[in-house]
Design a protein around this ligand. Sequence first.
Ligand SMILES: [Zn+2]
Length: 391
Amino acid sequence: MTTTYVADVTVFDGRRVRRRQGVLIDGDRIGWVGPHARAPRRFADADETIEGAGRTLTPGLIDCHVHLSFDGSADFAAEARELDPAVGAIKGVVNARRHLAAGVTTVRDLGGLGITRLARAVERGVVAGPRILAAGRALTVTGGHGHGLGLAREVDGPGELRRAVREECREGAAVIKLMATGGVLTPGIDATSTAFTDEELRAAVEEAHARGRRVAAHAIGAAGVERAVRAGVDSVEHCVQVTDAAVREMVERGTFRSPTLSALLGIVSNADRVPAYAVEKAAAILDDARRTHRRCLRAGIRHVCGTDAGTPFNPHGNAPRELVAMVEWGMRSLDALAAATANGAELLGLPEIGTIEEGKLADLVLYEGDPVEDISVVLRPRAVWRAVPEN
Ligand SMILES: [Zn+2]
């Protein structure tokens, strides 16, 4: 086991900042954290010492919303037509590396083909990549968001939903994704319309939770968001429109919000290249997205970092840009960093990552400068550690 001592570094530990710290990386684990001045003398004999002055060490970033089997090309629907499990897994191998290079050491894949297999291959050390929690295929109503795009299957009625959850789990899903409203990238449907009934949502959530799987709900419109929250989903993806009741309920229940600003920005910033139906729908909800972001921050709703990487002009490894966008839209840098680390780990149910504490897995990123003072520092990671499980 190699040991690396990072000396006299600023540490963002997932919640707060501590200056002049020392961190010992002992193989795949964090061996020690504390004031550099009090570090045991034997650390001088570590295999490697990294000078930390002027630098910041953070937990590896967690992107709670990606689509590894998509490359982020202009026409999502066209890319989807070429997709099968082999193509999806191959693209996923390439895209996974992009996350790692950007300092992202864990991702949650919320709909694709071939990704549950890729997750297993990464876990076994067959290919390098971030830790992957994959949903397999997302569940949507007949004719709903994602239908015909390869990443979702159509399911109707509580009974079918229960069965679909069981089947996705059997196929290796680590999380369940529900399309609770329409969406931007599916041609011919409204983005904000409500999809599953209360009864359907409750059945899916109950079935997923009974199997130890968390539930992510894609929800853009206010009625669908409220329905999903009341049904007990663990995170609301996009969450562009909210009612007062939904905000209250999210605070009370601790439901995480994953605003995926990168998805909207990728589309509206490339309006000349993305198909018109998607640009129109994205542009129509942009103001709501901005308003809702501030409102949810003020209300104290817990946030995670989700990029929706793989959607148009939203490349894999985009989590640092999502953090910059969340801050530009009103979030404090410290909260954005917590969203991408400690909060992400909590949402994903992974207590071994997301914070810098003795004994935890050594998923770490080293930056020049201090991202709490200037969030754009996260755009340029200097070194990335991803703890690889022993085989
Ligand atoms: Zn998505």
